[in-house]
Design a protein. Structure first.
Length: 569
């Protein structure tokens, strides 16, 4: 095993190294265990299909927000349950069987639900539960968050009414939370506390597949909301007070599709313009055109619907060449890394392979964490020897469960069988500090472009799949990757060095730059440079990384990328 050696970086040393132009073949090494900490695992009872928890106000009076869970849309059992849990003892506070309170007895196929906010004005969050009928009447129940008892219900003579629900906030400014229910060709808005119908917003081709409150964007004193229209791929922003269309966006400038707008999530203000923003996904989008099913997540400005951050899935997520379908489930609205900005969580995975769950920084768009099933080298035990399924089918954010000052998140497998057939399993994961910051600009290289460097995938120590990417460097050249402590930029060759030379570590040897001016280097957590000594990429450590590349057209013969600083979790 070699030791990590920090040597002062000089222009002459790097020029000699880059001039050699050789490549080092790096072994993959032994990948470390995942760093993501599991707080709690909750298994449901037989046929309960616990699915997608959400935070709700403190019901049991212990000073901590509690957790609401409900049945999976994949369940085909009448009488799906919804449950409120204490976030500290994880003891059920109340349970409600949907078919015991509704008229769709024996035909209620699902309990798709959402935490609404305070619908009845008692100071506590309430919840809505959908009960789509198989062949006729469908119902949506609004339940008291403290007791699970019915506040009101709305009905509709359509089979899919209630399969998708949204929490728009207070759309008319009267102090009560309201409700959106999707059905074929339209989405319908109902008002708290009575459930009075307010208005319907028609769609063009199919049922609405997503609705989410985003806060007061048009500054009229009432909350506004985003609607996603399924396979048409249109995302519409509407005034809550009037229902008027405020703006629309598609996944591409020249076309829609890709299931864009599935499960829109309000994030609050993530870009500092004092206007709320939101996130949407398109899990079947073609990016690039040859990679159908890669998927993407976008965080979008509420001010002008421009893209703040975009995260795309992987064309190949595993040795089985599974495409990621990123964004099949989307959650957000809590601050996982403690930077004061709400973050996003999501799931992705090929239906014929496996799923993973990821957490994404709302401030930078960096993937913070990724979790996978144990059978695919991850940390999540999702496969039961009798009743098993490897899907991670939802991800949500939660208020701080473990009291460490960071909000947390959860992933679920509604088909897991640890508690019996389709009992479901919920795994609550710890939020942790960490992110990647852009800290230094680059100087354009001799062909005119400014080279940049960034990390792709999770910055959790030991997580498989983390890569260092360089773009806009000199095509068919070579580069060195350096990391160390951040320092003020100083001239270096024809670029700038943003790393303290006394702390600089060279990660590997020269790396070939492709004909498109880019390179990708997989991070090998088994490499002793990263795992041992003063230069180790350890949990909580912060390192600035930068690439130096050969530039024959430059006066000095080399240039630099910009620099980013990663704090690993």
């Amino acid at each position: 095993m070699k030791n990590t050696i920090m040597i002062p970086v000089t222009a002459s040393t790097l020029t000699r190294t880059l001039a050699v132009g050789c490549l080092w073949a790096l072994a993959l090494g032994t990948q470390h265990a995942f760093a993501q900490r599991i707080i709690r695992i909750i298994d449901g009872a037989p046929s309960m299909t616990l699915y997608r928890p959400g935070s709700m106000d403190d019901v049991d009076g212990d000073g901590k927000d509690d957790i609401f869970m409900y049945g999976s849309s994949a369940a085909a059992f009448a009488g799906s349950h919804v449950v409120a849990f204490s976030s500290q003892s994880f003891v059920p506070l109340w349970t409600q069987a949907v078919n015991t309170i509704g008229n769709v007895v024996g035909t209620c196929r699902t309990a798709e639900s959402v935490v609404l906010g305070d619908f009845d004005g008692d100071g506590f969050d309430d919840v809505a539960v959908g009960c789509p009928g198989v062949g006729g009447l469908s119902e949506v129940f609004v339940l008291d968050g403290r007791t699970g008892s019915e506040i009101t219900r709305v009905t509709y003579p359509a089979c899919c009414f209630g399969h998708f629900l949204g929490a728009p906030g207070d759309v008319n400014g009267d102090g009560y939370a309201d409700l959106i229910v999707s059905t074929f060709f339209e989405q319908r808005v109902f008002l708290g506390p009575s459930g009075q119908f307010a208005y319907a917003i028609p769609g063009s081709e199919d049922s609405g597949l997503g609705a989410g409150g985003v806060g007061d964007i048009d500054m009229d004193g009432a909350d506004d909301f985003v609607l996603g229209w399924g396979s048409t791929g249109v995302v519409d922003l509407h005034s809550g007070r009037t229902g008027a269309l405020l703006g629309s966006t598609c996944v591409f400038p020249n076309g829609c599709g890709g299931v864009y707008g599935f499960e829109p999530i309000g994030l609050g203000d993530i870009n500092g313009d004092q206007i709320p923003d939101f996130a949407v996904s398109a899990h079947n989008v073609l990016i690039p055109a040859s990679n159908g099913g890669v998927g993407l997540i976008r965080m979008i400005s509420g001010a002008d619907l421009s893209t703040i951050h975009e995260v795309t899935g992987r064309p190949e997520l595993s040795p089985e060449s599974c495409r990621e379908f990123l964004g099949q489930s989307l959650g957000g609205g809590h601050d996982l890394n403690g930077d004061g900005i709400n973050d996003v969580v999501a799931t992705g995975g090929d239906p014929f392979c496996f799923h993973s769950g990821i957490a994404i920084s709302g401030r930078t768009g960096q993937i913070l964490a990724r979790v996978r099933p144990q059978i695919h080298g991850g940390e999540l035990e999702l496969s039961h020897p009798v009743h098993s399924d490897l899907f991670i089918d939802s991800a949500t954010t939660l208020s701080d469960v473990d009291g460490d000052g960071y909000d947390d998140w959860a992933v679920t497998n509604s088909r897991a069988g640890f508690g019996g057939v389709l009992s479901g399993r919920v795994i609550i994961l710890a939020g942790e500090p960490g992110d990647v910051e852009h800290v230094c600009d680059s100087v354009p290289q001799s062909l005119g472009a400014a080279a940049r460097i960034y990390f792709y995938d999770a910055i959790s120590v030991g997580t498989r799949g983390l890569e260092v990417h360089v773009e806009e460097a000199i095509p068919d050249s070579v580069a060195l990757l350096l990391y160390g402590h951040r320092a003020p930029p100083v001239p270096f060759g024809d670029g700038v060095l943003c790393i303290d030379p006394q702390s600089a570590v060279r990660y590997g040897g020269p790396v070939r730059i492709g004909s498109n001016g880019s390179l990708t280097k997989s991070v090998d957590w088994g490499d002793s440079t990263l795992s041992q000594g003063a230069g180790a990429w350890a949990v909580g450590s912060s390192w600035t990384i930068q690439a130096v590349f050969r530039d024959p057209g430059a006066a000095s013969g080399f240039n630099t990328t910009d620099a980013v600083e990663a704090t690993f979790n």
